[in-house]
Design a protein around this ligand. Structure first.
Ligand code: 6LW
Length: 506
């Protein structure tokens, strides 16, 4: 069975264009092709990269940082540490990716001739301070690196050397917190400095300033913020961290992050920050952002759905894992392999449990508010199972060991075995299902329920627990990531024959 990654209805498209934990989008165009990169935090491989021909349908073509020489995430990398906020650009025949590894290596620059990889080893930018680096070139060949704050320094992109002092450029609205996510562009007669401000929570917003040179001075747009959903009851919230791009017809568009809170008050979002698309007009030399909604008019060019849509089932028949699969901090080939038992994914425990940084884990992002995940696990040689996790301190898991399964909920300092049940000898199908709450009759209603259980040999679902999903939300757990469903090993070796991810909505 195949599912389309982005739904369309008639002449409309739906947002988010990249659902699930895909924040801080940065987009660039190379001829007829578009590429987009996102933050990845404590996960390895890092910086998921997407390709599109129409800005609407995006296919993951890889992860830019897929070798330990590019991405060092030591075991003390905190959840929501690691890789923040890339900028992706196409310049001078090459792709350039600049990111911050907040867990040690600081600002790093990578290049590639093909964005699907391989990407270079990092060029370290030890003289560039601050997160959210942007990279832009002026007509004289100067390369400007602009960071949150908002500050700017000239760099040599081939060596990573800084050239001259760092200068403060513009910090958005007086008193607004967290001016960040700068992107600098030459558009027409002006240089535009796009930023996010107000923090990445409900106050998030996008503002812009312009100047005659890449170094300013910058004049703020009188209509700032040019996009925010703060203080509204809009279903898409926390809108900010944007990047601009031209469509195939020369019209302007913005990609940005937003969240979809569910339930009553204060609203809980469980999928992390997602990537949305919105049209942009220009009036008097300033961008005017169109209405951002979950269903909006399709762009005027032909839509180009990608041939490869997300498969429901991964059978682990290939020697390499598909790019959607992510691990925690590192992926040691000897602990995670499809070669030991062909057609199965074998995970070997390193000793840690789901509460620990070094758990052997392979997962994929939850991308739909309602969805079903199933996996067939063989625990003849160990213990392990299926988890939906936000971080080490917030997860619900069903763990199999010889002859039994146990459902465990970890919510902050609380850790409870919610249910357990004997199982028949042999492999067992574990199942976790998220069901979004449709109607909120009480302000205290959570965003979804997470149902956890096993399947009998005839496919009948035996629910062992149904847990309130709010405890696996960003509003409860904090941080910058979203839910990930994963397989893990907590003792010995655990074998997974297949893993299904099935959207139960749109
Ligand atoms: C990122 C910052 C932000 O560096 O959140 O929403 C931080 N914006 O720009 C982590 O994603």
């Amino acid at each position: 069975m195949r599912v389309s990654s982005v739904p369309e209805t008639g002449n409309t498209i739906t947002n988010p264009v990249i659902p699930g934990f895909h924040p801080d989008p940065s987009v660039c165009r190379a001829g007829d092709d578009y590429y987009l990169a996102c933050s990845s935090f404590e996960y390895f491989p890092g910086v998921p990269l997407f390709h599109s021909r129409d800005l609407v349908h995006w296919t993951q073509i890889g992860n830019a940082l897929d070798r330990p020489s590019q991405l060092r995430l030591p075991l003390d990398t905190a959840s929501s540490g690691g890789i923040y906020a890339p900028t992706l650009r196409h310049h001078d025949g090459r792709f350039w990716l600049i990111v911050t590894n907040v867990s040690g290596d600081g600002n790093l620059l990578f290049t590639a001739t093909d964005p699907a990889g391989p990407w270079s080893d990092p060029i370290r930018l030890s003289g560039v301070h601050g997160i959210d680096p942007d990279i832009a070139w002026d007509d004289d060949g100067n390369c400007w690196c602009t960071t949150a704050g908002v500050g700017q320094i000239r760099i040599d992109p081939d060596t990573g050397e800084t050239l001259g002092p760092s200068r403060r450029l513009w910090s958005g609205a007086p008193g607004a917190k967290a001016p960040e996510a700068p992107h600098l562009y030459r558009i027409g007669d002006y240089w535009y400095l796009l930023i996010a401000e107000g923090g990445t929570e409900r106050g998030h917003s996008v503002s812009i300033a312009r100047g005659r040179t890449p170094t300013g001075p910058f004049e703020p747009c009188p209509a700032n913020p040019i996009l925010t959903h703060r203080s509204t009851d809009h279903p898409i919230q926390n809108t900010g961290h944007a990047d601009l791009v031209q469509g195939p017809d020369g019209s302007w568009w913005m990609v940005l992050l937003g969240v979809r809170p569910g339930g009553g008050t204060p609203g809980w979002h469980v999928l992390g920050r997602e990537t949305f698309l919105v049209p942009v007009d220009w009036v008097d030399g300033w961008p005017v952002v169109g209405e951002l909604s979950s269903v909006m008019p399709a762009p005027p060019w032909p839509l180009r759905p990608q041939a490869v849509a997300a498969e429901v089932r991964d059978d682990f028949d290939l020697t390499e894992l598909a790019p959607r699969w992510i691990s925690l901090r590192q992926r040691l080939p000897e602990d995670c392999t499809t070669k030991e038992r062909p057609g199965w994914l074998t995970l070997r425990a390193r000793g840690g449990s789901l509460d620990d940084a070094d758990v052997t884990f392979v997962g994929r992002r939850q991308q739909h508010r309602s969805c079903r995940v199933r996996t067939l696990v063989d625990v003849a040689d160990g213990h392990g199972g299926l988890v939906v996790r936000l971080d080490e301190r917030h997860h619900y898991a069903i763990e199999a060991s010889s002859g039994q399964v146990r459902v465990r909920a970890r919510i902050g300092p609380l850790d409870t075995v919610v249910a357990s049940r004997p199982t028949a000898p042999g492999p067992v199908v574990l199942r976790v299902e998220a069901a979004a709450v449709q109607a909120v009759n009480d302000a205290r209603t959570g965003p979804d329920f997470v149902s956890i259980g096993i399947e009998e040999s005839d496919g009948t679902f035996v629910e062992l627990a149904s847990l309130d999903g709010r405890y696996l939300s960003t509003e409860v757990a904090g941080g910058f990531t979203g839910r990930v469903f994963g397989m893990y090993a907590s003792a010995g070796s655990v074998h997974f024959d297949w893993f299904d991810y099935e959207p139960l909505e749109r």
